[in-house]
Design a protein around this ligand. Structure first.
Ligand code: F6P
Length: 502
């Protein structure tokens, strides 16, 4: 192996010189994974055996990787800023994408006097834009500082009512964001907002001008009453949890400007290019996936933690939970066979808060739980003390990884730390739109590689349907005081409904 790769004489990414495993400005440090050269050799052989490189090519060139729904997963086309052709069903998808970019840009320049933007959507129609808007809030080049951006996802009216208490109806715009345009939470929240507008005496044309839809089901949006020119489409080949790059990311552009949104796409695109072209042993998403796959099997780990040492990335674990567990939390492989191992449980929160919560278990719990540490080199506030805080933040991040790796012996078992607990460090030079885009794309691709290693279709989510279907008759039974047919439910559910109706 050439020393130019930074891996030294051995094909061991854990021994790479810090900074040599880098893509789109992000550095990956695997030094505390504790995986030796021979074990990496086996992992690379596994990648070869499953044709990982070919599978990546298939993903990026529109292969039907969503095998159950017979669709490609072309979210990378959404950040293909140079518009090189991406064929799907004999047509280039780029002109339609570029048209939406133009419309987003146009809208950013059009809105004046808007005080409140309410984004309604859930799951993939919420996590990404909510995370990005929060993560970039410290950035200095906000274009629309006076506009408040609110997110409402939950069907619990407490979330929406908190927003409506603060919003000014006459100058509020609403984005109804739903790929299917049928998700119960989103449709109910949308109807409640329309009632709120009416209660505030807005005319129907004022209401119509305030409502926008972002969806792949444009017909349903039209039937709901959204004006054609206020509908921003995306497509069935964009999975919900991969959709922040589409018009679903509109609040990012509206809050920070279209150029910032383009920066987000550009960082993700740089990661895509790395993913497409780097050899597996230098390919960041592949290495992250192989390392987690290894630790999961070695330690029978059922969970892993992600801890961003950046308060602005506080929502990153929520976004990642959907990405990983909705994609890969499965018991059946691509051929329909049962599997014993798939996605570990993902949990996490911002460091240093996390240290005062579950780090006890990470250090001394009986199960080995791999950790992804994410850190940002540049401080993220303008306080005079920012650098002092930042040094303390980074010191804690490095120290926790060191403690997990090396542990500490003691004659008192209660005071000893086993050590040899694996972690990664992913380092961003600064938290701006470009590097945020790269970080999200890094994890998207890692999720795909893990799916490939477990032989799963990462692009469907049939497991979320049953609960939705069962909720409907329960909702009907709860509706009024009329007696309900308890025989239609199992005994436990019937008695719970009974209790709620009394
Ligand atoms: O939770 C299931 C799910 O279908 C997710 O995959 C999706 O991101 C979310 O619901 C919202 O769906 P939609 O965008 O269609 O409203």
């Amino acid at each position: 192996m050439s020393t130019q790769s930074g891996l030294g004489d051995h094909l061991n990414p854990c021994n790479a010189v810090f900074g040599s495993l880098r893509a789109a400005g992000l550095t990956l440090d695997l030094a505390y994974q504790g995986i030796d050269q021979k074990e990496w050799g086996r992992l690379f052989a596994k990648a070869d055996q499953i044709g990982l490189q070919e599978q990546i090519k298939d993903l990026l060139t529109g292969g039907l990787v969503n095998t159950s729904e017979h669709r490609p997963a072309l979210h990378t086309a959404l950040r293909n800023l140079d518009k090189s052709p991406v064929p799907h069903l004999g047509q280039d998808v780029m002109p339609a994408i570029a048209d939406v970019w133009q419309r987003i840009d146009g809208l950013c320049n059009k809105w004046v006097g808007v005080t409140d933007l309410i984004h309604i959507g859930i799951g993939g129609s919420d996590f990404g834009p909510r995370l990005a808007v929060q993560a970039l809030a410290h950035s200095t080049n906000k274009t629309n500082r006076s506009m408040r951006v609110h997110f409402s996802a939950n069907i619990d009216s407490a979330e929406l009512s908190h927003i409506l208490e603060r919003a000014q109806a006459n100058s509020t715009k609403v984005l109804i964001v739903s790929k299917s345009f049928s998700t119960a939470e989103t449709m109910l929240n949308a109807k409640t907002i329309i009632n709120w507008f009416k209660a505030k005496n807005l005319t129907s044309s004022q209401i119509q001008n305030s409502l926008f839809a972002i969806t792949s089901n444009t017909k349903a949006a039209e039937s709901f009453g959204i004006q054609k020119e206020n509908i921003f489409p995306f497509w069935d080949w964009v999975g919900g949890r991969f959709s922040v790059w589409s018009a679903v990311g509109l609040p990012i552009a509206l809050q920070y400007g279209f150029d910032t949104f383009k920066q987000l796409l550009s960082g993700a695109n740089a990661m895509d290019q790395h993913f497409a072209s780097a050899a597996i042993h230098q390919n960041l998403p592949c290495l992250l996936a192989l390392a987690l796959f290894y630790q999961q099997h070695k330690h029978h780990s059922k969970a892993y933690a992600v801890v961003p040492y950046a308060h602005a990335l506080e929502l990153f674990p929520f976004w990642l939970q959907q990405l990983d567990m909705e994609s890969n939390g499965k018991s059946v492989d691509r051929q329909g066979n049962f599997v014993k191992v798939s996605s570990p449980t993902v949990f996490g929160s911002a460091g240093t808060n996390a240290q005062h919560s579950y780090f006890q278990l990470l250090h001394q719990g009986p199960e080995v739980i791999p950790v992804d540490f994410i850190a940002v080199k540049a401080a993220m506030s303008t306080l005079p003390e920012a650098q002092e805080h930042h040094n303390a933040l980074l010191a804690n991040c490095l120290a926790q990884a060191q403690a997990l790796a090396h542990g500490k012996e003691s004659t008192d078992p209660n005071l000893s730390y086993a050590g040899k607990r694996p972690s990664n460090l992913i380092m961003l030079p600064k938290l701006d739109a470009y590097h945020l885009g790269a970080l999200l794309a890094l994890y998207e691709h890692r999720t795909f590689c893990l799916g490939a290693l477990w032989n799963l279709n990462s692009f469907d989510q049939p497991g979320v349907e049953l609960g939705k279907v069962l909720a409907r008759p329960i909702q009907d039974a709860l509706k009024n005081d009329a007696p309900f047919n308890s025989d239609a439910f199992d005994g436990v559910t019937a008695s719970r409904i009974d209790f709620l109706k009394k």
